[in-house]
Write a protein that binds this ligand. Structure first.
Ligand code: PLP
Length: 378
């Protein structure tokens, strides 16, 4: 780098904007490219990945700037600090915590380990990306329960379906894409009994968004020594999806299976871990985000009611809307034509549409586009 130090380049680029030369010798404005390289282009309401666009928090941004200046070094102490913070909150040891690049990492590793032993039992509809990845190379697949009428996870049916071929039960609470939360007492009782027969995985990616996060978490079962693993992430309420930090809490023997497949701290990055440390206890930012998400849910609820539709009760930052006779893929296309990005059909749930709660102005775009998009898609 000529003329300026690396440090002033970094600070300058963060505040003032940068142009650089491409290999073809053309001037390329990073400022302009940044707009759509790292997130949605201006004017696009991105409501399709359950992100929290109010993040990163100011504290996380500051920590990332600092950590990035030390990006020459592999992650070590900062990851240990994060494990300590997590363990301390739950009265566990750092041996009960494994970090990974997003919770997708730990979720996939556990699915890989479990599918060596047997099948994974799961509801018909859940966030199945990592379990599908886990069973891809094994001979044991995912055993799905039949659809339930309410689209809630039927714990009784799950317990009845448990047999010697099952190595792991996969529960997502709140579930994605439904947004529904299970009754805490029923889930706790189910996890206790099921964990006598196999590993129980509870994916709590959206726990902090529920009405009562402390009551709905299954982490106390880990403390009680049960064969239960809980996955959490900094991608959702913490607003750090692009920084890739997640973790699993379980007893050390179970985490040994997970660690076989992961890269440990080698798979982490300084800025992400720094942002997670800075955000973990940032109650003001978390409360702010939750308030905005609840406000957005009210806007969507009101809009769908006005348009004669219903949605499942959500305790998350997304809603699963029943479109009646409208096809969810056609509706997604009609929304995209109006610069609103949402999800299309899941499995054979042809008339259900998931929308994430973004910034209120983006949610307003969804609300405004709803009548015309419904008409166009019908
Ligand atoms: C239920 C659930 N679990 C886990 C994840 C994975 O997120 P990440 O890998 O960013 O932690 C997602 C992402 O949407 C999710 O919906």
């Amino acid at each position: 780098m000529t003329g300026i130090s690396r440090r002033s380049f970094f600070i300058g680029s963060a505040v003032a904007g940068v142009s650089t030369l491409t290999s073809a010798g053309r001037v390329f404005s990073l400022d302009a490219a940044l707009e759509s390289l790292y997130g949605p282009a201006p004017g696009i309401a991105k409501l399709n990945a359950n992100e929290n666009p109010y993040g990163p928090s100011p504290a996380a941004l500051k920590a990332m700037m600092k950590a990035s200046a030390h990006g020459a070094y592999y992650v070590r102490e900062s990851a240990q600090r994060l494990r300590e913070m997590i363990a301390e909150r739950h009265g566990l040891t750092t041996d009960h915590v494994v970090l990974s690049s997003g919770s997708s990492g730990v979720l996939t590793y556990l699915a890989l380990a479990s599918s060596q032993q047997g099948a994974i039992l799961a509801p018909d509809l859940f966030w199945d990306t990592t379990s599908l990845m886990g069973v891809r190379n094994g001979s044991n697949g995912i055993m799905r329960l039949p659809k339930s009428a309410s689209l809630a996870i039927d714990l009784q049916a799950m317990e009845t379906a448990l047999n010697a071929d099952i190595s792991m039960v996969h529960v997502t609470n709140p579930n994605n894409p439904t947004g529904m939360v299970l009754d805490s007492d029923e889930l706790r009782a189910f996890c206790s009994r099921a964990s006598e027969k196999c590993t129980v995985l509870v994916d709590e990616a959206y726990n902090e968004l529920t009405d009562d996060p402390a009551a709905s978490t299954m982490i106390p079962l880990v403390k009680a020594g049960k064969n239960v693993a809980v996955a959490r992430t900094f991608s959702k309420i913490y607003g750090l999806a692009g920084m890739r930090v997640g973790y699993m809490i379980a007893k050390p023997e179970l985490l040994e299976k997970v660690k076989q497949y992961g890269l440990g701290d080698y798979g982490l990055n300084q800025a992400g871990v720094a942002a997670a440390v800075a955000s973990y206890n940032d109650e003001a930012f978390l409360a702010f985000s939750k308030t905005k998400i609840i406000e957005a849910r009210e806007m969507v609820s009101e809009a769908i009611r006005r348009n004669g539709l219903t949605a499942l009760p959500s305790e998350t930052n997304f809603m699963f809307v029943n479109l009646g006779s409208t096809n969810a893929d056609s509706f997604r296309a009609a929304m995209a034509d109006r610069n609103v990005l949402i999800r299309g059909i899941y499995r054979d749930y042809n008339h259900w549409s998931r929308v994430s709660m973004g910034k209120l102005e983006d949610v307003q775009m969804y609300v405004d586009a709803l009548p015309a998009a419904l008409e166009a898609a019908s």
